[in-house]
Design a protein around this ligand. Structure first.
Ligand code: AMP
Length: 118
């Protein structure tokens, strides 16, 4: 059984967070260390540690994550200019919190996708 992170406590409202959306499947809240003017994390309420732990039964839930991402982007006024959705996984992906999350970044140019490795 995977170990819970601080994000499960945010879902249960046991610790403070700036929650911008929540339903029975998904929670969206502002990143504590924003990398762009709008930086929101969208997470499944149930604990899925990393993308490596995604199962077929999670398909609808993860589809819903994207529906919520698009809705939150519209509500935050960043949809028209565009934004970046990003998911880190594991060591090479620099994932810090082992509760799968979608970063919604916008309100300013997000730059090229990755720096070259050279
Ligand atoms: P990642 O590297 O993809 O695992 O990203 C984890 C993100 O979670 C980072 O951008 C952190 O700033 C953010 N974060 C960590 N703790 C909190 C918290 N308590 N509330 C909001 N965001 C957090």
């Amino acid at each position: 059984m995977a170990e819970e992170t601080i994000f499960s406590k945010i879902v249960r409202r046991e610790i403070p967070a700036d929650v911008v959306f929540q339903d029975e499947r998904v929670t969206a809240f502002r990143d504590i260390n924003p990398q762009r003017p709008t930086h929101i994390l969208i997470i499944p309420n149930k604990l899925i540690p990393t993308v490596n732990d995604v199962r077929e039964e999670d398909e609808a839930l993860l589809g819903h994550l994207f529906v919520v991402a698009a809705q939150v982007a519209r509500e935050q006024g960043i949809a028209e200019d565009g934004y970046r959705l990003l998911v880190n996984c594991g060591r090479h992906g620099h994932q810090e919190v082992m509760h799968l999350h979608l970063h919604l970044l916008g309100g300013a140019d997000c730059g090229p996708m990755l720096k070259r490795l050279d």
